[in-house]
Design a protein. Structure first.
Length: 231
């Protein structure tokens, strides 16, 4: 990678947070594999660092849930906790985090491609949408930068930047649904709307409402499915 390319990619990253239209206009004009790999690599590295802090706390939270469960016998509880402790120092969790990050970008790019080409009548290339999705994924770096210190300081993964703050924590569907209405998810919707508006030469409001509806359907489904998995 040349110095000139590094500066170009760096300027796109910085622009994403203060003038996102500049980033997406640049991607519309020209995009390379570096525009996918570089932002993706940043997210993976930050995610792996955050994982090293979050996983031990998450395991403690899960242990507490298991120990307080009325659906499991003492023998089952001991077996589950033992398996969790054996996996605690395993590199598998880091490999899983990296793979999940990549898969998330691939799938989300497909969803946005569907929105752009089938629902908005555009002709967006998957390669272009991969680049856009990789840059939008940098929002996760900000999210982790805020949430990880809070999780560590409070020693619990029950940290929310969503409408869940308005409710008492519970296992109810409404709480799970509100937990998905996250400020960082909304930020991504806005960015994707701006991106599709620029790529398709449309007002950002058109993709915004379509993406929002799809996201709300996902939030409802995720909250409902989470209610089926109870310990």
């Amino acid at each position: 990678m040349s110095e000139n390319q590094e500066k170009t990619i760096l300027s796109k990253i910085l622009s994403l947070f203060w003038e996102p239209s500049g980033t997406f206009q640049s991607l519309k004009t020209k995009i390379s594999w570096l525009d996918i790999l570089f932002p993706l690599l940043i997210v993976i590295i930050i995610s792996l660092i955050a994982t090293s802090y979050i996983v031990p706390i998450a395991i403690n939270d899960q242990k507490a849930r298991i120990e307080n469960s009325e659906k499991l016998s003492d023998v089952q509880k001991e077996a589950i906790i033992e398996r969790m402790e054996n996996r605690a120092d395993s590199p598998v969790q880091y490999i899983t985090t990296a793979i999940a990050t990549v898969v998330k970008v691939l799938v989300l790019a497909l969803v946005m491609l569907f929105v752009g080409n089938f629902l908005l009548g555009g002709d967006v290339k998957y390669f272009t949408m991969l680049g856009i999705t990789a840059y939008v994924g940098l929002v996760d770096v900000v999210s982790l930068g805020i949430k990880t210190p809070l999780i560590v300081s409070r020693n619990t993964t029950k940290v929310y930047t969503s409408l869940a703050l308005l409710l008492e924590e519970s296992e109810r569907f409404l709480f799970r649904f509100f937990a998905n209405i996250d400020i960082f998810a909304i930020w991504k919707i806005v960015l994707f709307s701006i991106a599709l508006g620029i790529i398709l030469d449309k007002k950002a409001s058109k993709p915004f409402w379509i993406i929002t509806i799809i996201w709300l359907i996902y939030a409802v489904a995720a909250a409902a499915l989470a209610g089926l998995v109870k310990i």
